[in-house]
Ligand binder design. Structure first.
Ligand code: C5P
Length: 234
């Protein structure tokens, strides 16, 4: 896909929030690729802290120790446009952070206000010069409330569960629809009800319901919105 935005164009920040399995990451990554922007998967950072705690034998419910640990970690991203490449103290943990045990232990980490402070500061520093697409739960509200483009992506829990089952089936992993749906609903509850950095719609976010959209359509919508803003800024 040719990049047809002039090199001198102003680089903006694009913030995308939405619930688990709403297609955010795939869409955000594709938009970043089209604009030649950096894509940052903020969820991968919460996953990396969870992995570090499990590996250090620190219970993720131990707020103080998890926050202390988070403060010592060096979390960096590779510039891989196809998949999130994330390093923890120099070790590639891209695959390890996707293990089911991470999601099973992540909620207390995501609810830990000191961990959030540390990760939010890091996310703000990664995106401060613009030219970034970042997705997560609190990007439009806490990390980049000043983003030029804010998007809230939503889809019904049933549709998200259907997509997740289909994704797993491509990888030859059998999954029970009802179990996947229950897990998505449980993550929604945790994301929506935590005190610090909960998932919520920023008042000025553009809401895109992806239930009936393909990934290509979602990408096109966000890309066009971004182009309009970039052109107006020039
Ligand atoms: O996006 P992903 O599902 O990989 O996120 C993993 C976990 O990190 C989620 O359970 C979510 O609650 C948490 N998270 C968060 N804030 C973000 C991104 C993710 O609390 N900005």
């Amino acid at each position: 896909m040719p990049i047809d935005i002039p090199m001198a164009a102003k680089k903006i920040k694009i913030a995308i929030d939405g619930p688990a399995a709403s297609g955010k990451s795939t869409t955000a990554r594709a938009v970043a690729r089209r604009l030649d922007y950096l894509y940052i998967d903020s969820g991968a950072m919460y996953r990396a802290v969870t992995l570090a705690a499990l590996e250090a034998g620190v219970p993720t419910t131990d707020e103080t120790r998890v926050a202390e640990l988070a403060g010592t970690l060096e979390i960096t991203f590779g510039r891989n446009n196809e998949a999130t490449e994330i390093y923890l103290d120099g070790t590639d943990v891209s695959a390890a952070i996707r293990a089911p045990r991470i999601v099973a232990h992540i909620n207390p980490v995501a609810a830990n206000s000191r961990v959030r402070q540390i990760l939010v500061a890091k996310q703000q520093s990664l995106g401060k010069s613009g030219g970034v697409v970042m997705d997560g739960r609190d990007i439009t509200t806490v990390v980049f409330p000043d983003a030029e483009l804010k998007v809230y992506m939503q889809a019904s829990a049933e549709e998200r569960a259907r997509r997740r089952v289909a994704e797993l089936s491509v990888k030859d992993i059998a999954a029970d629809f009802d179990e996947v749906l229950a897990s998505i609903e449980q993550r929604d509850r945790a994301d929506l009800t935590r005190i610090h950095g909960p998932l919520k719609q920023a008042p000025d976010a553009i809401v895109i319901d992806t239930t009936a959209l393909t990934i290509a359509e979602q990408v096109e919508k966000i890309y066009r919105l971004a182009r309009d803003i970039i052109e107006r800024k020039d």
